[in-house]
Design a protein around this ligand. Structure first.
Ligand code: COA
Length: 177
């Protein structure tokens, strides 16, 4: 009998923790705070937050995306995002920022981020507003991507530059147009 009570108590405790976690998760989503769910749940969570998702994709741990502008992020099938990346969809409009102005009163400009089919974003990369990363391209770990990257290229550095244009299937070199 004592054992039965112990088991029931344990089950109730587990249920309580799960309900509490679920409630916290939904509350945080409403507040547009970012949480980092288990790996298998991340794509679904991104979608729920408003990211436009076409097909399956993978996200590593501790990736930050512009939660307030999540609908500006567009992800295609087979995209792979390594841990600790950062996706920004807004920045201040510095063209109107003059001597003596209050930076905090400067307006924002926004830009959509497109991660095309099968591209891979290396660990710790920062992707700036308005950037498109082409199909099959690989971004080196720790890069800062400020300009569009064409399909099937390797780009690295801050700001990210193309370090390699991947060859055709028959091995012949490709030229970018
Ligand atoms: C960029 C990358 C794809 C290149 O892979 P690779 O072809 O095997 O590259 P190599 O190690 O032969 O390096 C090729 C050149 O790129 C440079 N390079 C490699 N990684 C770099 C990086 N993260 N940033 C800047 N330059 C880099 C190397 O210094 C080398 O330059 P050099 O030819 O002037 O000496 C790889 O280094 C990388 O960053 N992959 C992402 C890894 C990652 O984030 N994994 C997530 C966890 S699984």
């Amino acid at each position: 009998m004592k054992k039965l009570f112990y088991i029931i108590e344990k089950i109730i405790r587990i249920i309580k923790i799960r309900v509490k976690n679920k409630l916290r998760y939904h509350w945080m989503m409403k507040q547009k705070c970012l949480v980092d769910p288990a790996e298998s749940k991340r794509p679904k969570y991104w979608k729920k937050c408003g990211v436009e998702v076409k097909g399956k994709f993978k996200v590593g741990a501790d990736v930050y995306f512009d939660a307030g502008n999540a609908e500006r992020i567009h992800i295609e099938e087979g995209v792979w995002i390594a841990s600790r990346c950062l996706f920004l969809c807004h920045k201040r409009n510095l063209s109107e920022y003059k001597y003596g102005d209050d930076y905090n009163k400067t307006s924002y400009k926004y830009g959509d981020i497109y991660l095309k089919k099968g591209c891979c974003i290396g660990m710790g990369t920062i992707v700036m507003p308005g950037v498109t990363i082409g199909e099959g391209s690989v971004i080196a770990a720790g890069s800062v991507v400020t300009r569009d990257i064409p399909p099937y290229c390797i780009a690295a550095g801050n700001p990210a530059k193309i370090v390699k244009v991947l060859p055709d299937t028959n091995g012949s070199a490709r030229t970018l147009v």
